[in-house]
Design a protein around this ligand. Structure first.
Ligand code: BEZ
Length: 210
């Protein structure tokens, strides 16, 4: 099943390195990142998992739970995690789903047969407190993901959830934001006391309201 933005992230029960979980119960009303890895004991994946473990305090600051997935079994994940800690200096500090039957992989359309029949692609789903899919990303096996970018998107999503704003190209937390097009400039000036700059009637910016 192909998932679209705004769809409810499907629930599932799965074995993980931290025990059996019901995904929606595990997630609760937090933000969550679900991401897949093609295979255990592979080099790019090793660097990715170490990086996510290192960045865990950043995800926690954003009230975001993280869960990984690969099609290998729990025993394999646990042995691989020792390598990850040794090589990257970061112990994996989030659950890893074991999906040998491809149940979750198929539910989230993580197997792309023209890339591989057996391994998942590098999928990322950001899921909101309402369990709706807020972002999907698909990377090939050969390209490691930039998890600073995932954090940046979470910052943007969380800001847009709180204020009627969107974020411009290459925005970073603290930078100027764009006033929602649905808002009249006069209303925006009242709502954003730091000031509104009208570059075009459809492009008004304001300093970060946070
Ligand atoms: C990796 O380096 O993570 C990788 C290599 C080959 C296939 C899948 C993943």
């Amino acid at each position: 099943m192909s998932l679209h933005l705004g769809d409810i992230a499907p629930n599932f029960t799965a074995e993980t390195t931290q025990g059996t979980i019901d995904f929606h119960a595990w997630k609760g009303d937090a933000w969550a990142v679900l991401f897949s890895h093609p295979k255990d004991f592979t080099p790019v994946c090793t660097t990715e998992l170490g990086m996510v473990a290192k960045l865990m305090p950043e995800f926690q600051k954003r009230g975001t739970k993280v869960i990984g997935l690969s099609v290998d079994r729990i025993a394999s994940h646990l042995t691989w995690e020792k390598d990850i800690a040794e090589v990257t200096g970061n112990a994996v500090n989030f659950p890893m789903i074991a999906d040998p039957e491809r149940t979750v992989s198929n539910l989230y359309d993580m197997i792309h047969p023209n890339a591989s029949d057996t391994m998942t692609v590098r999928s990322v789903f950001i899921i909101g407190p309402d369990n709706k899919v807020k972002l999907t990303l698909t990377y090939p096996a050969s390209t490691g993901r930039n998890f600073d970018e995932i954090l940046r998107v979470i910052d943007g999503l969380q800001l847009s959830a709180k204020f009627p704003v969107s974020t411009p190209a290459n925005w970073a937390k603290g930078g100027d934001v764009i006033v929602a097009t649905s808002m009249a400039t006069s209303d925006a000036r009242a709502a954003f006391p730091k000031g509104v700059t009208e570059l075009k009637p459809y492009l008004r910016t304001t300093p970060s309201p946070e």
